[in-house]
Write a protein that binds this ligand. Structure first.
Ligand SMILES: [Zn+2]
Length: 411
C-alpha cells in the first residue's frame, strides 16, 4: 500500500522514533503443516508458513524490521530456512523480510514483481539480487511440496500489477496477499494498481477455488468462502454505485457529502480506509487518472549517486519543467528521499535537502518536521525546537511535532 499520503509520512516518522524491539511476530497453527504468521512492524501483516517432510515453504516474509523475529519464530517451529519463498506482491510489509534468509531459498513471484522491487520508492529498499524472485510467471504455476499441490495464480490489476494467490489444495486454505483484507475497505497501490478493478481481481480468485476454502487475509481477520463472497460483493457494489453517480455527472465532493456509501460504513471500522477515501480512489480509478502518476524517487536516487544533493536539485528542476508531469511532481518524495538519507546517517546532506525542499515549498509543515528531526539527530537541540515549532505554526494539530517538542524539552 501506500506512499503518497500523509499516513505514509507519519508511518516513516514513527519508524524513526521507535526501536525494533517493540515489533512483534506471532504464530497461529492452522493445520499440522500450515501456520499463520502475524508480523507487526508498525501495523500488522499476515502471511503463511508451510512446514513438513520436504522442508519449509514461506508465502511472504513480512517487514524488513520484523525479519529477525520471524526467523526466530520459524526456528521454534523446527525450520528457519525456507526452500521456497512465494512473494505475493511488491509491498514492503510482504517482501521486506526476504533478505534475512540469504541466497539459499528459491523465490517465486509474478513477472512484474522483479521490476517493481527495483523501481519508484522501492529503489530505496536496496534489495540485494537474492531477495528478488528468481522464478517468475505470468498466469499460473504449481509447486509440489510437503505432499501437496500448491497452486499459484495471477490475480493482478486491483491492489497492484503483480498480485498472486496461493492455494494449498489439500489443506483447504488460500492466501491472497492484500486481495483479502478481512471485511475492510482495502488499500491499493496508486502506481501499480487500480482499485476500480479490485472486485474483478478478487472474483477471479474466488471462482477458481472450492466452496469450503478458508482465507487468510493479508490484513484483517481470516474469512470463510461465504464471507469472502460478501466482501467481494461490497467491492463490486461500492464500485458500481460510484460509477452510476459519476454517470450522472457528480464529482467526488458531492458523492462524499451525499454519503453514497453509508451502507458500508461498518467496513471502515478499526482505522482502515474510510468510505470518503474509497470514493476518491475508485473515482480516480474509473477515470484512469492514476495512470498519469509517476514517482520521482528513483530519479532522485540515481541523481544522488551521480552527484549528491546538487544533482537532486538539478533533477528536480528538470522534472518540474517537464510538462507531462503537470501537478504530479509530488513534494512528499523529497521528504521520502531525505528520510532515506537520514536513515543512512547522512545528516548534513539530509539537512541540505530539507532546506532545499523548504525553499521550494515554504508552506508544507512536514518538511519542518523533517528538518527538526535531522537537527535533533545531529544533537542540535536549539534548531530542532525551532523547526518543530515552525511546523506547528503551519499545522497546529500536528501531533508528531507536539510529541517531539515534549521529548526534546524534557531531555
Ligand atoms: Zn500490499
Amino acid at each position: 500500500m501506500k506512499k503518497f499520503t500523509i499516513i505514509f509520512i507519519m508511518l516513516s516518522l514513527c519508524s524513526l522514533c521507535f526501536g525494533q524491539d517493540q515489533y512483534t511476530v506471532e504464530v497461529v497453527k492452522l493445520t499440522d503443516k500450515l501456520y499463520k504468521i502475524t508480523a507487526d512492524g508498525g501495523y500488522p501483516v499476515n502471511f503463511v508458513a508451510f512446514i513438513g517432510e520436504d522442508g519449509l515453504l514461506l508465502v511472504d516474509a513480512g517487514f524488513k524490521s520484523t525479519a529477525r523475529k520471524l526467523k526466530a519464530a520459524l526456528k521454534k517451529l523446527g525450520n528457519d530456512m525456507p526452500t521456497y519463498i512465494i512473494s505475493t506482491h511488491e509491498h514492503i510489509d510482504h517482501v521486506g523480510g526476504n533478505f534475512i534468509f540469504g541466497k539459499d531459498p528459491i523465490i517465486i513471484g509474478h513477472k512484474n514483481l522483479r521490476k517493481r522491487m527495483r523501481c519508484d520508492n522501492y529503489i530505496l529498499e536496496e534489495y540485494p539480487e537474492y531477495a528478488l524472485p528468481e522464478i517468475t510467471f505470468t498466469d499460473s504455476m504449481s509447486v509440489y511440496f510437503n505432499g501437496e499441490e500448491i497452486r499459484i495464480i495471477s490475480i493482478i490489476g486491483g491492489h497492484t500489477d503483480n498480485d498472486i494467490m496461493v492455494h494449498f489444495t489439500k489443506s483447504g486454505y488460500a492466501y491472497l496477499g492484500d486481495d483479502a483484507y478481512g471485511m475492510h475497505i482495502p488499500s491499493w497501490d496508486i502506481l501499480s494498481g487500480n482499485c476500480s478493478k479490485y472486485a474483478s481481481a478478487v472474483k477471479k480468485a474466488i471462482d477458481l477455488l472450492p466452496n469450503d476454502t478458508k482465507f487468510i487475509s493479508g490484513h484483517g481477520r481470516d474469512l470463510s468462502m461465504a464471507e469472502m463472497r460478501e466482501w467481494q460483493k461490497m467491492l463490486e457494489e461500492t464500485t458500481e454505485v460510484i460509477r452510476i453517480e459519476m454517470g450522472k455527472g457528480k464529482d467526488v465532493e458531492s458523492m462524499q457529502n451525499e454519503k453514497i456509501l453509508s451502507k458500508w460504513e461498518k467496513c471502515t471500522e478499526g482505522g482502515y480506509v474510510s468510505t470518503n477515501t474509497w470514493i476518491q480512489w475508485v473515482f480516480n480509478g474509473i477515470k484512469g487518472e492514476e495512470s498519469t502518476l509517476k514517482s520521482t524517487t528513483a530519479d532522485y536516487y540515481r541523481a544522488y549517486h551521480n552527484g549528491g544533493i546538487e544533482a537532486i536539485k538539478t533533477t528536480y528542476y528538470e522534472l518540474k519543467k517537464d510538462k507531462t508531469w503537470d501537478d504530479n511532481l509530488n513534494p512528499s518524495e523529497l521528504y521520502t528521499f531525505a528520510g532515506f538519507l537520514l536513515s543512512k546517517d547522512k545528516i548534513a546532506e539530509t539537512i541540505k535537502l530539507f532546506q532545499f525542499a523548504i525553499s521550494e515549498y515554504p508552506d508544507i509543515y512536514y518538511f519542518y518536521d523533517g528538518l527538526g528531526e535531522a537537527f535533533w539527530t545531529k544533537g542540535d537541540k536549539e534548531n530542532a525546537i525551532k523547526f518543530y515549532k515552525k511546523s506547528l505554526e503551519i499545522l497546529p494539530e500536528n501531533t508528531n511535532a507536539t510529541m517531539m517538542l515534549e521529548i526534546i524539552t524534557n531531555e
